[in-house]
Write a protein that binds this ligand. Structure first.
Ligand code: CUA
Length: 422
C-alpha cells in the first residue's frame, strides 16, 4: 500500500476511499493466515495468472450468489409482509401444485449450475495445459522437507541443480512444477502463486505457475503428513529473469569450495564426509548431496547451497543471515518453545534434529536415541566443537555473490528486503 500515489502530499481522501482502504486492510488481515517475518500469504495475489483466473471465476460465483440471496430474501420479505395474517383474514385459498412456478424453480437453478460449470471448465482448460518450452522444476516432498531440482540445469558429473526448501524461479514467465513425494502424501502450496497440488508417491503432477512480481513468497505443505507437517515449509524466490539466468548459470557451474587446510571448515568437511567411526557418528554425506564433492546422499535435502539459504529445518527458522547470526529475536518465527539465535539453531539442529523438529529422521549426534520408521537407533556422538566445525563447513557452501538469490529481493507484506548480502 505504500506507493507514492498513496502518499501524495495534500491529497484529501474522501470517506469512501478511507473506508475502502480500511476494508481492504481488514480483508488483507483476514487472508493473511500467517504474517511473521518474511511470510506473506495472499490467496488473491493478482500478480499470478493462476490466481487471476480463479479470481475472475470467483466473481461470477460471488455475484450470482449475491443476486440469489437478494432475490430470495426479497421475495421472502415481500410475501411475509403482504400475506401477514390478521384477525379479519379469512382462511387462505387452498390449492395444490403450481406447475408454472415449479418449472421456474427447477429451471433457474439448472441454468445457474450449468453456467457455473461451463465457466469452471473454461478455467480448467486455461489452467491445466503445460507447454513444452516452460522451465521445469521438480518439487519432491518428503517427511518433512522439500527438494527442488531443475532437470534442464545439468551439472558436471551427470546430476542436476537441486536446492533444499528454497525454490528459485524466474518472475514474469511460466514455470512447470512437477510435484511428487518420497513417502506419504504431501501438498505443494505457495498461495501467492496459486493453486495447490497433492504430492503423491509414484505419481507426477505437472502444472504451470507464474508471478509477475519478483519477491519472496511463502510455501507450505498443505496435506497433513505427520508430526512435523506444520514444519514442512518452503520459500519461493522469484527473481527478475536476468538474475535468474545468472543464478542458474552459477548454480550449474558451482563446485563446493575446498576448505583451507587446518581450518574449522576442513575439520567440518572431514566429519561431514566420513562421520566419526569411533563414536558411531554417521557421515552427513550418506544422506545429503553437496554438488562438486563426493557427498551424494539423497535421503535428506540437498545441501549444495546451504550457506546461501536463509532458512533452516524446512522453514522452521528464518533470517539465517550472517548479519543476524548471533541475534536471538530473529529466529523466533518457528514459534518453538526455545528461542535460538541462528547460530544456536544450527548447532541444536545438527546435535539433535528430532528434538527440535518432531518426526525428523536425521540421526542425533549427542548419543541419544532417534527413530526411523518407528525403530529406535542409538545416535553417535560429536562434541560441541565438532558440531560447530560441521556448521562452519555448511556455512561455507555458498553460491557466488552474483547468484545469491536472496540479495535485495523484497519480502512482500513486510516492507523489508531479504536482508543484506552474505
Ligand atoms: Cu508434508 Cu504436510
Amino acid at each position: 500500500m505504500n506507493t507514492k500515489h498513496d502518499r501524495k502530499p495534500g491529497g484529501k481522501r474522501g470517506w469512501a476511499t478511507q473506508w475502502t482502504r480500511a476494508g481492504l486492510i481488514a480483508l488483507g488481515a483476514a487472508v493473511l493466515s500467517s504474517c511473521g517475518q518474511g511470510q506473506f500469504i495472499f490467496l488473491g495475489d493478482q500478480a499470478a495468472s493462476y490466481n487471476r483466473e480463479i479470481w475472475n471465476l470467483s466473481l461470477w460465483a460471488i455475484g450470482l450468489s449475491i443476486i440469489i440471496f437478494v432475490g430470495v430474501s426479497g421475495m421472502l420479505f415481500y410475501t411475509v409482509q403482504k400475506f401477514r395474517e390478521d384477525r379479519n383474514t379469512a382462511a387462505p385459498q387452498q390449492f395444490h401444485g403450481n406447475n408454472k412456478l415449479e418449472a421456474w424453480l427447477i429451471g433457474i437453478p439448472i441454468i445457474l449450475v450449468l453456467g457455473l460449470s461451463v465457466l469452471s471448465v473454461r478455467s480448467l482448460a486455461r489452467l491445466n495445459p503445460v507447454s513444452q518450452e516452460t522451465l521445469g522444476i521438480e518439487a519432491l516432498g518428503a517427511q518433512f522437507w522439500w527438494n527442488f531440482s531443475y532437470p534442464a540445469s545439468t551439472v558436471q558429473g551427470g546430476s542436476v541443480v537441486t536446492n533444499g526448501n528454497e525454490m528459485v524461479m524466474p518472475a514474469g514467465q511460466k514455470v512447470a512444477i512437477t510435484t511428487t513425494s518420497r513417502d506419504v502424501i504431501h501438498g505443494f502450496w505457495a498461495p501467492n502463486l496459486g493453486g495447490q497440488r497433492a504430492s503423491i508417491p509414484t505419481v507426477k503432477k505437472v502444472w504451470e505457475l507464474d508471478t509477475q512480481r519478483p519477491g519472496v513468497y511463502q510455501g507450505n505443505c498443505s496435506q497433513l503428513c505427520g508430526a512435523s507437517h506444520a514444519n514442512m515449509r518452503f520459500k519461493v524466490i522469484a527473481l527478475p529473469p536476468e538474475r535468474f539466468a545468472a543464478y542458474n548459470e552459477a548454480a550449474r557451474a558451482y563446485v563446493a569450495p575446498t576448505p583451507a587446510p587446518g581450518s574449522a571448515e576442513e575439520r567440518g568437511y572431514n566429519l561431514f564426509m566420513q562421520g566419526k567411526a569411533d563414536t558411531g557418528a554417521v557421515a552427513c554425506a550418506s544422506c545429503h548431496r553437496v554438488q562438486g564433492t563426493p557427498a551424494g546422499g539423497v535421503s535428506g535435502p540437498d545441501l549444495s547451497f546451504f550457506g546461501t539459504r536463509r532458512t533452516l529445518g524446512a522453514g522452521m527458522w528464518e533470517a539465517m543471515t550472517p548479519r543476524h547470526w548471533e541475534e536471538t529475536e530473529v529466529a523466533q518465527s518457528a514459534k518453538t518453545e526455545k528461542q535460538y539465535s541462528p547460530a544456536q539453531a544450527l548447532h541444536e539442529w545438527i546435535k539433535n534434529s528430532p528434538r527440535v523438529k518432531p518426526g525428523s529422521i536425521m540421526p542425533s549426534y549427542d548419543g541419544s536415541t532417534y527413530f526411523v520408521d518407528g525403530k529406535p537407533i542409538k545416535g553417535g556422538v560429536l562434541t560441541d566443537d565438532e558440531i560447530d566445525d560441521v556448521a562452519a563447513y555448511l556455512r561455507s557452501l555458498r553460491l557466488p555473490e552474483e547468484a545469491d538469490y536472496w540479495r535485495g529481493i523484497p519480502v512482500h507484506g513486510t516492507n523489508t528486503t531479504a536482508g543484506g548480502s552474505q
